[in-house]
Design a protein around this ligand. Structure first.
Ligand code: GLC
Ligand code: CA
Length: 544
């Protein structure tokens, strides 16, 4: 079954979605209250960021019990109710599977840490000190060494993320079996699949400092599929920051028998200096950006599926990043939506994107919540960056940008909570909020809704081939989709200027399928595109 090719997925970051009991933290009953809204938007799947028991060192990506719901989020009964009520509305719930690491407060690690003979010791990665120091130079994604010394047993353990996120040892067969059983118990609850956190790290070879795409990675993923989701009608999507069009088929080709699709980030790494880190900023070069999409749209085998996304809980808000969140906030948010949803692959919408939510810059580091930003601040200060430089990059790239509470109304705390929100609500909730969006036919919300409807009605959007046009143009992003003799042209002005260009030798007026300006037809021969203007038209196919 390949329903996931036709589907549109909506990501919920539960802590910030909807609070139902006034404690300032979003929760599962809050999500249930908003299912009607998601049904109106038209999405088919919810990807739920982690709701499991967790000490929240990394907001739930540090799990202390895979089979318990964090009390802040509700109970297992609430979770089952969410699955059922979503199902009634034709929506499936995809769970976040975080199995590269657990929390250090997981029972396995608690046992492993204190006792070298524990059956769980080998569930983690332990090494002796080398000359009194860490075994090697591996670094944590959240700054500093990836090794932490445990005096109780005189060894180091590996943590590629925070020291409260010890890496699991996938070489251990019993550990793998325990994980598969846990996955099957979730699958038996009727979930719609898994989003797999940093999945390319599973096969790591810590001694040789190989983290991504390690030697046994694909063996483990094949085994995982055989032992778990192969037997259910579900979807799977793996996260990888290093996957390329060459390696994507290893994970996601039908013949590989692993996952359905991957999240790749190449298009989100072009506003940073090459081969540095996301913190070294650079402005976006449109031809380079188009080339990356072109590669992913055309170089994958027919049998390898794409995912499409602009943002998630780890990245800045797209309208603030590649659009203009001031003068042309509505136009550019719609342009970005049209451009992405017309490509080939399964689109993902991150909560609030559908109403054009923006970044929320902070003034001082004590306003940051995210462990990544807090650690970065210390690291960069030590390296000699100025306070201003650090704040600039945190405001551009920090993960808190995406994590401010969902803006439901113009009222107190944006309707997110009656209490004190765990994180400050962006004051622009006075203008950007769901209530206003739903009451305004011209809002960003209706562009997303229409894109989802178009996808259901026109197989070309799911199945058509992709062809990039004007590849060197510095401001226009244009491409064609083609299916069974039908051709659609998608054109977007990626700039705040008015741009003239010509796209086809045709004089027939072209009526837009969808657009972000109120124009009844487009003359492709002589186009004048307003700032961030985008439209889709059906054109005469070259083949006919
Ligand atoms: C993924 C998650 C991110 C988390 C990290 C470690 O990248 O999306 O939020 O911090 O993995 O689990
Ligand atoms: Ca709550």
């Amino acid at each position: 079954m390949t329903w996931w090719k036709e589907a549109v997925v909506y990501q919920i970051y539960p802590r910030s979605f909807q609070d139902s009991n006034g404690d300032g933290i979003g929760d599962i009953p809050g999500i249930i209250q908003r299912l009607d809204y998601l049904q109106t938007l038209g999405v088919d799947v919810i990807w739920l960021s982690p709701v499991y028991a967790s000490p929240n060192d990394d907001n739930g990506y540090d799990i202390s019990d895979y089979e318990a719901i964090h009390p802040e989020f509700g109970t297992m009964e609430d979770m089952e109710q969410l699955i059922d009520e979503a199902k009634e509305r034709g929506i499936r719930i995809v769970m976040d599977l975080v199995v590269n690491h657990t929390s250090d407060e997981h029972a396995w690690f608690q046992s492993a840490k204190s006792n070298i003979d524990s059956p769980y010791r080998d569930y983690y990665i332990w090494r002796d000190p080398v000359n009194g120091k860490a075994p090697n130079e591996l670094r944590s994604a959240f700054s500093g060494s990836a090794w932490k010394y445990e005096p109780q047993t005189n060894q180091y353990y590996l943590h590629l993320f925070s020291k409260k996120q010890p890496d699991l040892n996938w070489e251990n067969e019993q550990m793998r079996k325990d994980i598969y059983q846990m996955m099957n118990r979730w699958l038996d609850k009727g979930i719609g699949g898994f989003r797999m956190d940093v999945i390319d790290l599973l096969g790591k070879d810590a001694d040789n400092q190989i983290t991504g795409n390690g030697p046994r990675l694909h063996e483990f993923l094949k085994e995982m599929r055989r032992e778990t989701f192969e037997h259910y009608d579900v979807m799977t999507v793996g996260e990888s920051w290093v996957v390329t069009p060459e390696t994507a088929p290893l994970f996601a080709d039908e013949s590989s028998k692993e996952l359905n699709m991957m999240f790749q980030f190449e298009h989100l790494m072009l506003d940073e200096q090459p081969n540095t880190s996301k913190w070294q900023l650079k402005s976006l070069d449109l031809p380079e950006f188009k080339q990356v999409f072109n590669k992913w749209q055309t170089q994958l085998p027919e049998t390898t599926w794409n995912s499409l996304f602009w943002n998630n809980h780890d990245t800045p808000r797209i309208v603030s990043r590649f659009g203009d969140d001031q003068t042309f906030s509505v136009e550019s948010a719609k342009m970005l939506a049209i451009l992405l949803h017309m490509m080939k692959g399964t689109p993902y919408i991150y909560q609030g994107e559908e109403i054009g939510m923006t970044n929320y810059p902070i003034q001082q580091i004590d306003q940051a919540q995210d462990i990544e930003s807090l650690n970065l601040y210390e690291e960069k200060l030590a390296e000699g960056w100025t306070e201003a430089e650090i704040m600039e990059t945190i405001n551009a790239k920090g993960r808190d940008n995406a994590r401010t509470p969902m803006q439901w109304t113009a009222g107190q705390n944006g309707g997110f909570t009656d209490g004190e929100p765990w994180m400050t609500v962006n004051p622009n909730t006075s203008e950007i909020n769901v209530q206003a969006a739903v009451n305004d036919e011209q809002s960003v919300f209706y562009t997303y809704q229409k894109l989802i409807h178009l996808r259901k009605e026109h197989p070309i959007i799911v199945k058509g081939t992709f062809k990039l046009l004007l590849k060197d143009h510095p401001h226009i992003f244009a491409y064609e989709r083609e299916f069974e003799g039908e051709t659609w042209l998608v054109t977007a002005n990626f700039s705040p200027e008015t741009i003239r260009c010509s796209l086809a030798e045709t004089s027939t007026p072209n009526i837009p399928m969808i657009a972000n300006y109120d124009r009844s037809e487009y003359d492709l021969n002589e186009l004048t595109l307003a700032p961030y203007e985008a439209f889709v038209v059906k054109v005469e196919s070259n083949e006919n």
